[in-house]
Design a protein around this ligand. Structure first.
Ligand SMILES: [Fe+2]
Length: 299
């Protein structure tokens, strides 16, 4: 336990925590941890290569920045504090569609990302499914009552609908360079249904606001604390922070929004930011689960 937040060891605990706070710190299994680690290292190598071209970074960006269907892909510099490599998938097999740099040995980064995406996608789908289940159970104590409940009928209909989550969800590598003072990332909410962000075991940067008490928490402190007991620390931890996105409420298709928000304030999108002062450079990976229709309308 740290600062009132804890590590969720399973999907049920993550749903419970997220429904209250709008975020949950979740431990991935060993299989996913190895994929996360591999991607983290490949992302670090690529972005440190990019940051070494700091004097000609604009040239570097122009080379690797792509606009596809109105969406900015590839290597970007959103501010002077950070570098971003956005890798997206039309589907997991269409690698020729990817904006991978061709004069950097990006094979490892490409393969590692390709392996990681389905693992993160699956975790977020499971958490979303559990969130819906938990909300449904709020409306019906027993099956008989459920049958009579207009709300639960509404939710059942939604459940029967084929899930339209698209494989075309953004996976981003962020490098906060920590080279100069300034805002690393100001308060905002993310687009999507659920978002997961890898947690560094080296530097605490991410701050997430609880919708229950309005306070900001620093989940990377948990990862850093656990790393003290590890013989070998790669820099990436086996913890991710799962955040409610701005599409979560809609995705649950709930009628009485105000009623449900009083019970589950965490359904609202998670307000988060990155600390103004970091102890060192920080690399994070984020994956945003989005709904197909919304992906199209926001391209
Ligand atoms: Fe964000």
């Amino acid at each position: 336990m740290s600062e009132g937040i804890h590590v969720c060891e399973d999907v049920a605990a993550a749903s419970k925590c997220l429904l209250q706070h709008s975020f949950a710190v979740f431990r991935v299994d060993g299989f996913t941890e190895s994929k996360l680690n591999r991607s983290w290292k490949a992302g670090r190598d690529f972005l440190s290569h990019a940051s070494q071209h700091n004097d000609k970074v604009e040239q570097f960006i122009e080379k690797y920045r792509y606009i596809k269907n109105g969406t900015l892909l590839g290597f970007n510099r959103p501010s002077s504090q950070k570098l971003l490599f956005r890798a997206q998938f039309v589907d997991c097999n269409s690698l020729e569609e990817q904006p991978w740099p061709n004069d950097f040995d990006s094979g490892e980064l490409c393969q590692a990302t390709k392996d990681l995406v389905p693992a993160l996608h699956s975790i977020l789908l499971q958490v979303h499914s559990k969130i819906r289940e938990d909300i449904m159970s709020t409306y019906c104590d027993g099956e008989d009552e459920c049958e009579q409940s207009e709300q639960s009928e509404h939710l059942r209909k939604k459940r029967r609908m084929s899930h339209s989550f698209d494989a075309y969800c953004p996976l981003d590598y962020f490098l906060y360079t920590n080279l100069q003072a300034g805002t690393n990332c100001s308060e905002h909410v993310d687009r999507g249904i659920l978002i997961c962000i890898s947690l560094s075991s080296l530097v605490a940067g991410l701050e997430v606001m609880s919708r229950r008490d309005g306070k900001f928490y620093t989940p990377e402190k948990l990862a850093m604390f656990e790393s003290l007991y590890k013989e070998y620390d790669s820099g990436a931890s086996d913890l991710i922070c799962i955040l409610a996105g701005d599409q979560l409420l809609d995705s649950l298709n709930i009628n009485d929004n105000m009623g449900i928000l009083a019970i589950y304030p965490g359904i609202q999108a998670c307000n988060h930011r990155v600390k103004q002062e970091l102890a060192m450079a920080r690399l994070s990976i984020s994956y945003e689960l989005r709904e197909s229709a919304n992906i199209k309308s926001h391209l």
